[in-house]
Design a protein around this ligand. Structure first.
Ligand code: AHG
Ligand code: MN
Ligand code: MN
Length: 356
């Protein structure tokens, strides 16, 4: 029992409901929490709930959909449609945004979401999550147009994620810090357990999928090589590496103990600017991270200032502890200015075997 501890509803009443559209935004975040509880219950049943495994369908990105991708998408869409607080929704699992129509009521917001992040992990019983971004809809209550969705991340009024791990957490920001709530499964309440999360500015831990190394740009190769060189390299200290393949789980770890996460631009598929999607992965996570004192960049610009051109567009993501992200940005700058080492190997560093 958590009597006397702050619930999500209480937090929202105290911090959101007094602002412009605040009561509606608070109610919308309560709806998000309701969908998250449903997905949490479903994912926790595992194979017993019949929700593991794949569908025969692919999404607009050409990825095979998992059953839980589709069920989670339906949970969010139904909740938002019935809630009367959004004018339209857009999702990783739907080709196009979807306007709320009669008999449902349109509300003042747009919801953009990744219903299940890290879904390749479900069958292995590894943590997965959901990510959401809330924008204001155009005034007037009409059917939302594509341009209404394609707003830079700086215009998000709220963002956050749910993590379905050993515990289910909901981490949100409405632009007043980043706060984490843990689901008390027996009572059904989200309890404020991680108020005002602050990401440590420094870290010894990095997360990157090194199987893509041969496709990276030189500043990323330089940074990772320096981390790997550890005490014997220019950083003069050892680093540790993690890769869960669930962005939600990586970001959560970084919020709790610091770290840097990189899914950089690479040349693996020249038609795309990165792996992760701007509107429902990079932007909401950037707001969460910045509100917790971290940085989030493509390496060359602040992610939240990028003006989107497509709902499913991809982007490079480098986020986490501010001093490390700033260093990677500096390496990009030096590279673009023709300075810096194109390839920095420990063997060729000041202390290496082959001094230049
Ligand atoms: P999704 O399951 O929504 O498609 O997202 C998966 C994303 C992200 O969560 C993770 O960081 C990354 O893809 C994993 O990529 P790799 O398969 O290259 O490891
Ligand atoms: Mn995802
Ligand atoms: Mn997904």
């Amino acid at each position: 029992m958590h009597l006397g501890r702050k619930t999500l509803s209480k937090y929202l009443i105290e911090n959101v409901s007094g602002t412009k559209d605040g009561a509606d935004l608070a109610a919308l975040l309560v709806d998000v929490a309701a969908a998250v509880k449903a997905i949490s219950a479903l994912s926790a049943k595992g194979a017993l709930g019949g929700a593991t495994g794949s569908m025969d369908t692919t999404n607009v990105q050409g990825e095979t959909q998992k059953k839980l991708d589709v069920l989670s998408n339906t949970a969010f869409v139904n909740t938002f449609e019935m809630g009367g607080l959004v004018a339209g929704v857009a999702s990783e699992e739907m080709d196009d945004p979807f306007p709320v129509k009669e008999p449902h009521t349109r509300g003042p917001f747009l919801a953009i979401f990744d219903p299940l992040d890290g879904s390749s992990n479900i069958d292995g019983n590894v943590s997965v999550g959901s990510i959401f971004s809330i924008l204001r809809a155009a005034e007037g209550g009409g059917e939302p147009q594509m341009e209404d969705y394609l707003k830079p991340g700086t215009q998000q009024v709220a963002a956050g994620y749910a993590l379905y791990g050993p515990a289910t957490l909901l981490v949100i920001t409405v632009g007043k810090g980043t706060h984490g709530f843990t689901l008390d499964h027996e009572v059904g309440n989200f309890i404020l357990t991680h108020p005002d999360i602050q990401i440590p500015a420094d870290t010894n831990e990095y997360a990157i999928n090194t199987s893509n190394e041969r496709f990276w740009e030189p500043p990323v190769t330089r940074y990772i090589n320096e981390c790997k060189a550890g005490k014997t390299g220019p950083r003069e200290r050892d680093f540790n590496m993690r890769w869960i393949a669930s962005m939600v789980a990586e970001v959560h770890r970084i919020l709790i103990r610091g770290g840097i996460f990189l899914y950089p631009r690479d040349t693996k598929d020249p038609s795309r600017a990165g792996r992760l999607r701007l509107m429902y992965e990079a932007n909401p996570m950037s707001m969460v991270v910045e509100q917790a004192g971290g940085l989030s960049s493509t390496g060359r610009e602040r992610i939240m200032e990028v003006v989107p051109t497509q709902i499913h567009q991809r982007i490079a993501v480098i986020l986490g502890s501010r001093n490390e992200v700033a260093r990677v940005m500096q390496y990009h700058q030096e590279h673009d200015a023709g300075k810096g080492e194109p390839f920095s190997s420990p063997l060729f560093s000041d202390r290496g075997l082959f001094r230049a």
